[in-house]
Design a protein around this ligand. Structure first.
Ligand code: C2E
Ligand code: MG
Ligand code: MG
Ligand code: MG
Length: 292
């Protein structure tokens, strides 16, 4: 009986493994056509200065509606696109779309706020990454000072001389650099100082901790202090409640992003709110203030 049970368990694991692998393979195989057919689209999540209520920038997030698998999260398909190398082409498409969109919105009267685009380390291992970014800016007409390159802490902290050099080149062009998911990696002050960083984005896992009174806020306080001492901006990600927003302001982190202030928005949703005559008349966006 034990043997029989063991066999059943094994078959279950085998089935589960195959199921995961099959899904992964499905996604992997669908990627090239999806890129070809532009089956992806971008959504735009506003970033705010919560103290003043100003829009300070917009982060682009990629979405994929698969005809059979439904909505696939970037948390699932970006790592696959990284492992197959498709992230290079996809990342270029995303950057191009994002810059073009922000240029259009500026031209339509949106105050001159920057657009933040997520980059993968695989992209930064490319020799031509800086040229690719220059090309996207030139082709879309977006000034470099309105582009923020976001990269995760783990990526930046690979501490690769070539990557540091490329970041400095971007910085010289006028592009701003944000470190995403900050606090989840292992950065030291020394490491950080070698990077031409403008902003630390506090990972949402820590932001969720600052909600209730007396909750553990030590990590968030430490990151804010670190940012101050390095003269960096700091932005809290994943702010979901009013309490979190207020607490962060008290702690000295007034730049934030999260469902409390706004979900990621489709183009029509964004335009309805931020390109409306009423909004523009209020002149409420603090132009360029997130560009550092
Ligand atoms: P990220 O860059 O840290 O983006 C923030 C993620 O948190 C987004 O998830 C966003 O929808 C979500 N979020 C925003 N506000 C809240 C909140 O209040 N609460 C919670 N729980 N979540 C919130 P999303 O869009 O699923 O993206 C996940 C990750 O996938 C991103 O994390 C980024 O690492 C990656 N990603 C997304 N778009 C791109 C892209 O265009 N290129 C690359 N290379 N990676 C991307
Ligand atoms: Mg990001
Ligand atoms: Mg993040
Ligand atoms: Mg993340």
């Amino acid at each position: 009986a034990a043997k029989e049970k063991g066999k059943n368990q094994f078959q279950f694991f085998e089935w589960a493994m195959n199921h995961c692998q099959a899904r992964r393979m499905n996604i992997e195989q669908a990627l090239p056509a999806a890129i070809e057919e532009q089956a992806f689209h971008l959504v735009y999540q506003p970033m705010f200065n919560a103290e003043q209520g100003h829009l300070i920038g917009v982060e682009t997030l990629v979405r994929w509606e698969h005809p059979v698998l439904g909505t696939i999260s970037p948390c699932e398909f970006i790592p696959i696109a990284e492992s197959t190398g498709h992230i290079i082409v996809l990342g270029e498409w995303i950057l191009h779309k994002a810059c073009k969109q922000m240029k259009e919105w500026h031209d339509a009267g949106l105050p001159r706020i920057p657009v933040a685009v997520n980059f993968s380390v695989i992209q930064f291992n490319q020799d031509l990454i800086v040229d690719m970014i220059i090309g996207a800016l030139e082709q879309t007409g977006l000034d470099a000072k309105y582009l923020i390159a976001e990269m995760t802490e783990s990526m930046a902290m690979q501490h690769n001389e070539a990557i540091i050099g490329k970041l400095h080149a971007l910085k010289r062009l006028g592009v701003s650099i944000s470190i995403d998911d900050f606090g989840t990696g292992y950065s030291s002050l020394c490491y950080l100082r070698r990077f031409p960083i403008d902003t630390l984005k506090i990972d949402k896992s820590f932001v969720q901790d600052v909600s209730g009174a007396g909750e553990d806020t030590a990590i968030v306080e430490a990151i804010i202090a670190m940012a101050r001492s390095l003269k960096l901006r700091v932005l809290a990600e994943g702010v979901e409640t009013e309490q979190q927003s207020e607490r962060l302001c008290q702690l000295g982190c007034t730049d934030m992003q999260g469902y409390w202030h706004s979900r990621p928005l489709s183009i029509p949703q964004f335009e309805q709110t931020y390109l409306s005559a009423a909004y523009l008349a209020r002149g409420e966006a603090a132009a360029g203030s997130a560009a550092g």
